[in-house]
Design a protein around this ligand. Structure first.
Ligand code: GLC
Length: 575
């Protein structure tokens, strides 16, 4: 195994620390809580944990507004508990990736406070300050729009200038054209690498450099940006997003990671656009970010041909040595199962795609048990993005969602549903939890699904463990089977890896009708998305070897039909 490239075979689980597990009973999740639940994550079989920000922060954007990059927010723990977490994760053979918000700091950070205090302050140039237009300078310096709509320029009376913020006004952008700023931020990156973290998820990485000319952005007809394009709010963000200097910076950051000998560290960028555009962040020689999030899967229709086209596109643009990523949810989007009529069979089918197609899968906490979005009024949202759109009446919120503008993010951040007891086992507080627990927790929870080998949770668990068992899934090549014109509901592909004993054949039925499986070789074993076989349960729970692992493996008979929404994985002897 190529040691330096371990990250290529990993599976990532995103923890939103505020909502995962509350150990100290204040209604807010914490690091100690994550430590308590490591056993579960190990049982599940995920390999890398990505933590949304836990740094010191006024929490106005729940951690994506950092005031001190080298301290932990007291509600989450201390530097000492963070170090223990890193150690404990490593002791379990897992990895820990932190969220790194490089584009902006909190407006409460000491840097910004100094910067805004005086035009002559040595840190003035650490952020983007400009004179306004018009005779009294009260018009924004140019037409640039923020990522969330409206001008991203904010006027400060005290120094009579405007500062730039790509996101919310309390998240001022750093000036990366100042070499001192760049060095200071790279030092933060090194600080955490020195603590032993295994990499970073890079927050709105596409916005790091703004054009030095500060020229107006061209107009566009697109009303809203999407996962597929940052163009929106009637503007093409030519000078604000995807700047060539940001692409160059991805290589600089990569070089920092490469200077560490630890084999598995990686960077994954939050960037938006078509797969073709996004691959530029990985560098022409795979010398940029290791991975970028591909969000298109979140909007892909639940149809075989749609996923077939998506896989083909990913394969085209992220051919080796690049790797696609498979993302169905995160802390900024509605829960993925909402798009599937809340049907765990459909969710299990997408889990099959996510964990058996070529690429690095990113699971969002709770996805593995089919947690659904919280139904909570837009007008009482805690999310600052919802406040930004406070003028929108509750009635219009579903319409906005349909238009692709998702600004009520509380709905996907409700506490993890561990069991059917007090606060779903998330917190012991007698008071309210920071966001309410979803009322379906009595039915949808970890404890109930752990007992049921045919549950969605077990489907994830089985998939995660097969990926370990079958190197072709984690590292192999991928070949889509010929388009099944006569069987439009079926998607089929094969994974194989030179020199390995097994190859995997995967068939997925996206339809509501039973489908005949194409004829082919008899496998050594096969597994279904809808239920666990006796062998799998014995393998996972009692450590009994799977029959196909034995020398005298027998061929089992090939399944001939797929039930509605059933996926199967057939293991064959390779070559
Ligand atoms: C990213 C984060 C989001 C945050 C924003 C500003 O999109 O995922 O949660 O609000 O950046 O940092």
């Amino acid at each position: 195994m190529e040691v330096r490239e371990d990250w290529k075979a990993t599976t990532v689980y995103q923890i939103y620390p505020r909502s995962f597990m509350d150990a100290d009973g204040d209604g807010i999740g914490d690091i100690e809580g994550i430590l308590q639940r490591l056993g579960y994550l190990k049982w599940l079989g995920v390999e890398t944990l990505w933590l949304s920000p836990v740094y010191a922060s006024p929490q106005r954007d729940f951690g994506y507004d950092i005031s001190d990059y080298r301290a932990i927010a007291p509600e989450y723990g201390t530097m000492e508990s963070m170090k223990r977490l890193i150690e404990a994760v490593h002791a379990q053979g897992m990895r820990l990736v932190m969220d790194m918000v490089m584009n902006h700091t909190s407006s409460d950070s000491a840097w910004f406070e100094a910067s805004r205090s005086h035009r002559d302050d040595p840190k003035r140039d650490w952020y983007l300050w400009r004179d306004g237009r018009g005779k009294d300078g009260k018009k924004p310096p140019n037409n640039w729009r923020s990522m969330i709509g409206g001008s991203g320029w904010h006027y400060e009376e005290q120094t009579e200038q405007w500062y730039w913020a790509t996101f919310l006004p309390f998240q001022p952008d750093l000036n990366y054209r100042n070499p001192v700023v760049k060095r200071a931020m790279l030092d933060h990156v090194r600080f955490w690498l020195d603590q032993g973290v295994d990499g970073f998820r890079l927050d709105i990485f596409n916005a790091i450099f703004k054009d030095a000319s500060f020229a107006d952005n061209p107009r566009s007809w697109r009303p809203f940006p999407s996962e597929d394009s940052p163009e929106g709010f009637f503007q093409r963000p030519l000078h604000t997003i995807d700047h060539p200097d940001t692409l160059a910076f991805s290589k600089e950051l990569r070089a920092v990671l490469d200077s560490y000998s630890h084999p598995s560290r990686f960077l994954v960028g939050e960037v938006f656009g078509s797969p073709e555009a996004l691959k530029r962040y990985c560098g022409e020689h795979a010398d940029g970010l290791h991975l970028v999030f591909l969000f298109r899967a979140m909007r892909t229709a639940f149809r075989a041909e749609a996923f077939r086209a998506l896989i083909a596109e990913y394969e085209q643009h992220f051919a080796p040595p690049l790797l696609p990523t498979w993302v169905f949810g995160n802390h900024d989007r509605a829960r993925s199962i909402d798009r599937l009529d809340g049907d765990p069979r459909r969710a299990a089918l997408l889990a099959f795609v996510q964990l058996t197609a070529r690429g690095v899968p990113f699971l969002y906490y709770g996805e593995e048990i089919g947690m659904t979005s919280l139904d909570t009024p837009f007008s009482s949202s805690l999310d600052p993005l919802a406040h930004h759109y406070g003028w929108v009446p509750d009635l219009l919120w579903p319409w906005m969602k349909r238009m692709g503008l998702f600004v009520h993010r509380d709905v996907c951040r409700s506490p993890m549903q561990w069991e059917d007891g007090h606060h779903a086992g998330f917190s012991g507080t007698k008071e309210k939890t920071w966001l309410p627990v979803h009322p379906n927790f009595r039915r949808v929870n970890v404890e109930a699904q752990r007992k049921d080998p045919n549950s969605l949770l077990w489907c994830y668990r089985r998939l995660l463990h097969w990926r370990r068992l079958l190197p072709c899934l984690a590292r192999g090549e991928m070949r889509l089977f010929e388009d099944q014109r006569s069987r439009r509901m079926l998607l089929g592909y094969e994974r194989s890896l030179a020199g390995e004993a097994w190859r995997a054949e995967i068939w997925l039925n996206f339809g509501t009708q039973e489908q005949a499986l194409p004829v082919g070789d008899a496998p050594l074993a096969w597994f279904s998305s809808l239920e666990a076989s006796v062998e799998e349960v014995a393998w996972l729970d009692r450590g009994v070897a799977l029959p196909m692992l034995s020398e005298a493996a027998l061929l089992v008979s090939r399944p001939t039909r797929l039930r509605p929404f059933e996926g199967v994985l057939l293991v064959h002897r390779h070559g």
